[in-house]
Design a protein around this ligand. Structure first.
Ligand code: CA
Length: 229
């Protein structure tokens, strides 16, 4: 489990990082909001511990931005007792939990364990369609017993199609769910990724076993009973 700790009070940050490392977490420290936002955006963290009162970009803004770009990232806010109204704003902005300073380390550790446990429970289940299997949590996919080496986009496309087997999915819908709605993208690049995904599945557009092209409409993941068409 990898944790990002955004805290400008260095003594506190170092003490927390030391304690968390002893519990087996990998901890990175960011000392201001800008750095916290940049590190949270670039790296894959399981959880962010975010102080609200930071120099430069404040914690609420960091929270808002991280939440917008990483909807599933767990965020635990640290707030001073005098700024309780921030707590409400923070939760509105999508923080998962908060802790009022000063706190005991044991309470922080317990909150982290509770958040990670809750996260495991709500994680998406493994998907199976025919001999395809996909685990969203570990981002792995298999064809039979063979593990597929997919790019992020190929994985995203396959994931979305496997959530809707048998349904025709338009290129626009794939773009919205795999690339994000802010991306301005030519639908031609969806075709490129579908092509490479097919190649990795040893699938052919003319006689699809998996992904069927529905002319003028989009793509369809064939349910097992329709394979070999
Ligand atoms: Ca602070």
């Amino acid at each position: 489990m990898r944790i990002l700790l955004v805290e400008d009070e260095l003594d506190l940050a170092n003490a927390l990082a030391r304690g968390l490392s002893q519990q087996g977490y990998v901890v990175d420290i960011a000392v201001d909001g800008e750095q916290g936002w940049a590190m949270g955006e670039i790296n894959d963290y399981d959880l962010v511990i975010l102080d609200l009162n930071l120099p430069g970009m404040d914690g609420l803004e960091v929270c808002r931005r991280l939440r917008a770009s990483k909807p599933k990232l767990l965020i635990l806010m640290l707030t001073a007792r005098s700024r309780l109204e921030d707590k409400v704003t923070g939760l509105d902005l999508g923080a998962d939990d908060y802790l009022v300073k000063p706190f005991h380390f044991e309470e922080l550790a317990a909150r982290i364990r509770a958040l990670l446990r809750r996260d495991l429970r709500v994680r998406e289940p493994i998907l199976c369609v025919g001999d395809l299997k996909l685990d969203p949590a570990s981002r792995t996919a298999w064809q039979g017993t063979r593990r597929l080496k997919l790019t992020r986009k190929e994985f995203g496309i396959l994931h979305y199609l496997m959530r809707h087997p048998g349904e025709v999915i338009s290129q626009e819908e794939l773009i919205e769910h795999v690339w994000g709605e802010d991306v301005d993208l030519f639908t031609g690049s969806v075709r490129v990724h579908i092509h490479s995904l097919r190649r990795k599945l040893d699938d052919r557009a003319e006689h699809p076993r998996y992904i069927e092209t529905v002319a003028g409409q989009g793509y369809r993941l064939l349910p097992p009973e329709e394979e070999g068409g």
